[in-house]
Design a protein. Structure first.
Length: 270
């Protein structure tokens, strides 16, 4: 997800620094983005010169302070853990200039809590991208209680420059997209668990019957079963009831390391 957002930013004309603490992931980052750009050129979705210009705007570093020192916008894409994200935003706040906007790509956590722990609450906003970021048209802008009008306008402008359709939602568990998407995914997993239909047929029902580009089980594989489980557990805690209680099948697959496309197996094999 971080690589995809970095690619999109570079394609949109922004000088982009991708900060990655893991050495192996850092080593893979630029080659993976180059491969993605080449695929876009091969499909006729991006010109060769545009791809080369995007590559020239990209760099990668392990040093967070160096990455954010001259940034106008910082987008964190850490795992869905409130303490992790708060610590990252707070560290970025200490190293960034006073004008810098801090954005979170969280799909479910409270932006108001993230803003409160950041050190610059009025300049924090949710910028929730969808996978893969260079392709998906939606950008969900999530407003913390503290988000200023200027911060919102700057996020809107970034969305426009990236060619996104933006929606604006107030800070609420799961926002709009994750709350609806998780509800559908969990019900699809329950249906699979109950033997109602095969994974392929559940997905095909939504793809052909409701014109969804990807069924809920295959989409869960793409997002990551561990990510979906973490979001479901968060929504279950925040909203109560049985709507977002994770199915046992989801828990078993995550315990088995079957996390979806990134691990080679989830509801499908890759």
């Amino acid at each position: 997800m971080g690589r995809g957002i970095a690619q999109l930013a570079a394609q949109s004309g922004y000088e982009t620094v991708l900060q990655e603490p893991d050495a192996k992931a850092r080593e893979r980052a630029l080659p993976a983005i180059a491969e993605s750009l080449a695929a876009a050129v091969a499909k006729g979705k991006l010109g060769g010169e545009a791809a080369e210009r995007a590559r020239s705007r990209l760099s990668v570093t392990a040093d967070l302070a160096a990455a954010v020192a001259s940034a106008d916008l910082v987008i964190e894409v850490a795992p869905e853990s409130l303490p992790t994200k708060v610590q990252l935003l707070s560290t970025a706040n200490g190293a960034a200039g006073p004008h810098t906007v801090l954005a979170s790509n969280t799909s479910s956590l409270s932006l108001t809590e993230l803003a409160a722990g950041s050190g610059r609450p009025d300049r924090v906003i949710g910028m929730h991208f969808f996978n893969p970021p260079p392709v998906m048209k939606l950008l969900e802008l999530v407003l913390a209680e503290q988000t200023s009008g200027e911060t919102l306008e700057r996020a809107r402008e970034v969305g426009r420059r990236m060619g996104k359709q933006t929606i604006e939602v107030r800070d609420s568990p799961g926002f709009a997209s994750s709350r609806l998407g998780i509800a559908l995914a969990l019900e699809a997993i329950r249906m699979l668990e109950e033997g109602v239909a095969r994974a392929e047929d559940i997905d095909r029902a939504m793809e052909l019957g409701y014109n969804h580009p990807m069924g809920p089980l295959r989409l869960t594989d793409l997002v990551g079963l561990d990510v979906r489980l973490a979001i479901a557990e968060h929504l279950n805690r925040e909203l109560g009831g049985l709507r977002f209680q994770p199915p046992q099948l989801l828990r078993r697959l995550v315990r088995a390391g079957k996390l979806g496309k990134k691990s080679g197996e989830g509801f499908y094999k890759y």
